[in-house]
Design a protein around this ligand. Structure first.
Ligand code: ATP
Length: 144
């Protein structure tokens, strides 16, 4: 008989963030958001910064921030390896606000610095800004 649940694991180099059963998983693929249902065809893809959302066994929607990575989908198991990740409920919104402010200040600073440093600082600051923005959106959007 076909399985009706998917085992979802989200891990980072630091911690196991999620180990749960899901009815459905939606993840931010590099080439667009994708949805995995039980008995899905196996595939491997890269992920961008964004939200993984899944419906748990009881039907509750859960949200997890992920800072890019890889996803391996087997018919009844999805493994996500992310650079960093946390469940929505574990996001410290004040920390994200502070990170956003720092990134904005660095972006302004990078505009004033010399050309080489500018590219480096600009890329890093933009990435930090994107992470902070996504974390804030997840909390302030009140999801999961
Ligand atoms: P910061 O500058 O605040 O450290 P960051 O985007 O550089 O933010 P990451 O490198 O993505 O942080 O993550 C480092 C660790 O801190 C990870 O364990 C991540 O889960 C955690 N983390 C980062 N920001 C937050 C946050 N706002 N709330 C909860 N955990 C966070």
């Amino acid at each position: 008989m076909a399985e009706k649940q998917i085992v979802l694991e989200i891990v980072t180099p630091e911690k196991n963030v999620v180990e749960d059963e899901a009815q459905m998983v939606v993840a931010p693929g590099t080439y667009g958001e994708f949805c995995i249902l039980p008995n899905h065809t196996p595939f491997l893809t890269t992920l961008k910064v964004g939200a993984v959302r899944y419906k748990d066994k009881s039907g509750t929607e859960r949200y997890v921030f992920i800072n890019g990575g890889f996803s391996e989908a087997l018919p009844n198991k999805v493994t996500i390896l992310a650079e960093s990740a946390e469940r929505r409920r574990d996001i410290d919104v004040e920390r994200a606000r502070a990170a956003m402010k720092r990134a904005e200040e660095r972006l302004a600073e990078a505009m004033r610095a010399d050309a080489k440093k500018e590219v480096f600082d600009h890329t890093r600051a933009r990435a930090a800004l994107q992470r902070a923005l996504m974390r804030r959106q997840m909390v302030e959007g009140g999801r999961g």
